[in-house]
Design a protein around this ligand. Sequence first.
Ligand code: IMP
Length: 196
Amino acid sequence: MKQEENMIYFVTGNGYKFNEILDLFSKEHVKYNLKQNNIKTIEIQAINIKEVASFKLNSIKGQIDGTYFVEDAGFFVDTPLNGFPGVYSSYIMKTIGNKGLLRLIDDFENTEAHFTSVIALYFKPHNKNYFFEGKIQGKISRTIRGSGGFGFDPVFLPNVMPSMTFAELTTEEKNSISHRGLAWIKFIRFLKENMN
Ligand code: IMP
């Protein structure tokens, strides 16, 4: 592989996510040279995460000569909030935060929630876009617990480890079950299968 052929750009301003995938590239022996790129992307308000990721990917067209990808995620409280905040997750986190979210569901006994992550890739060798999705199902904790992770992690109890919030898990434990972890694995499998 020539130097420029094995270069891949992750377009994100989120250093936490960049380090997560950098770590996985090295653990999984992915031979691509990963670089962070901070160029401005356009984020639309759509009804699903894949649409947001797809629009964001297309908004980069012509600005990077090579293979590049973006990642978008959302938190959905299916019961009792019918999927809210979903595509509004970052706005809700910035405005009412976890405390406000817990107040919204205070009167409800049963909760169901999930995270979704979509990686949207422009793969130059095929001149084509690809999408990789990951999802994790869980419940909402009655209290804010744990100091790890970010965003809604302190209120999310994954069904596979129902006694711990995401924020109480180590980064490795979270990545092994999380929406983004699952999407990363599919993405890495694709890269390995399509490496020259
Ligand atoms: P973004 O698309 O990654 O910016 O995610 C939108 C919002 O969803 C973020 O601002 C976070 O509040 C939330 N979010 C995304 N991924 C996670 C996660 O792994 N844990 C907790 N919150 C997350």
